[in-house]
Design a binder for this molecule. Sequence first.
Ligand SMILES: [Fe+2]
Length: 150
Amino acid sequence: MPWIDAKYYAATQVMDEARHVEVFARYLDEKLSGHYPINAHLGLLLDDILADSRWDMTYLGMQVMVEGLALAAFGFMHQMTTEPLLKQLLRYVMSDEARHVAFGVLSLQEYYKELTDAEMQDRVEFAFEAAVRMRDRFLQQEVWDRMGVT
Ligand SMILES: [Fe+2]
């Protein structure tokens, strides 16, 4: 992104995400029976987001779509679980994720004011494609494969 303040912010988000990966990996591996590899559809979505050379597309994909998905998924788990440790760590992670989404929304609000209708249409299509991949993620193929259902 073009602004130094946004770069500083992004560095703090990298630290947040590293903590999230560590805490969830430890929870899954030590308290439960281990973890699954990344879902194929989510992996493709992340590849698309990172491959785009336009910083705002990466922001739209990562800060708004993927962080929004994470916030919703963690919120759902937080409501469903009765396990106190998971509930507590989800609360901490969700407060980070809410900050990540908010930063994306605030940054893009300003930037989108300068875009043409055609440029905005590109962003709409990108968001639609991301939503389709996120929908396909819910099919959870890797879970069915591990359980021997094909
Ligand atoms: Fe995040």
